[in-house]
Design a protein. Sequence first.
Length: 296
Amino acid sequence: MSWQELSIRVPYEYVEPVSYLFGRYGRGLSMERVRERGRKRDASDLVLMRTYLPANSRQRLARIEVGLKLVAILEPIEDLTITPLPEEQDWESEWRSHFDLLRVGRHLVIKPTWIDYEEGPGDVLIELDPGMAFGTGYHPTTHTCLEALEDIVKPGMAVLDVGTGSGILAITAAKLGASRVVALDIDPQAVRAARQNFRRTRVQKLVALTQGSVPHPLAGNGQFDVAVANISARAVGERAPHILPTLTAGGYLIASGLMESQRQDVETVLVDLGFTYTKEWPQEEWVTLVYRSPLT
């Protein structure tokens, strides 16, 4: 079978919708930052995104192209590049070549399933299949959420993951010693991908996974020491009133998916609800904010 590589360069704020398109209709998803040689990273940098399709998948290609045209209505983006792969080269080997071992924070190691790696002393190993859903650790929002979880989660804590995506944050919480994790996502594809990753990493007994968002029966009042929401500025603002009652007194909210330019809007919502600012993890033009719920 003949395969083709689909690639496009997009601004960071459009990584999520394009990753959804590529993840749903393509085979595999990879992302890497691109910038002019010799220039420091800044907000004008783009993300090179790739996926793969059989050459005869006209309907799937058409759906990707329509989705990209809808994105382009919001802001002009570059054209989709379609590159035929040589007959002897399959999509999977080409896609996998764009991933490597990823170290985050002090001890976290994100390992694609096909890479051999022997854990070192103190390593917290998270093995998953990148590209099945948005959230692999390569994007600044996921990267900084992982750092925040490593800093906050202690053995025995209960963690709520709103918008779990690939499940990487829920897996990390479990690996850090959380005694209970509830993972929610409104996207059925993300739920399927997360379920596979939970089984692969053997945390499925610790993680309750379901399709949906807060409020939810699995997220009762006062049940969680930590809630993480790596979604978007608007979604954090909308979900925060429903996340607050699920937290214990003084519980942590890790809010991410936010551009630095959006933080003021999110902070206003959280402070009005009674949350108190604690810490932040900025990376490039993105920021992850940590707030604590009222003590009483």
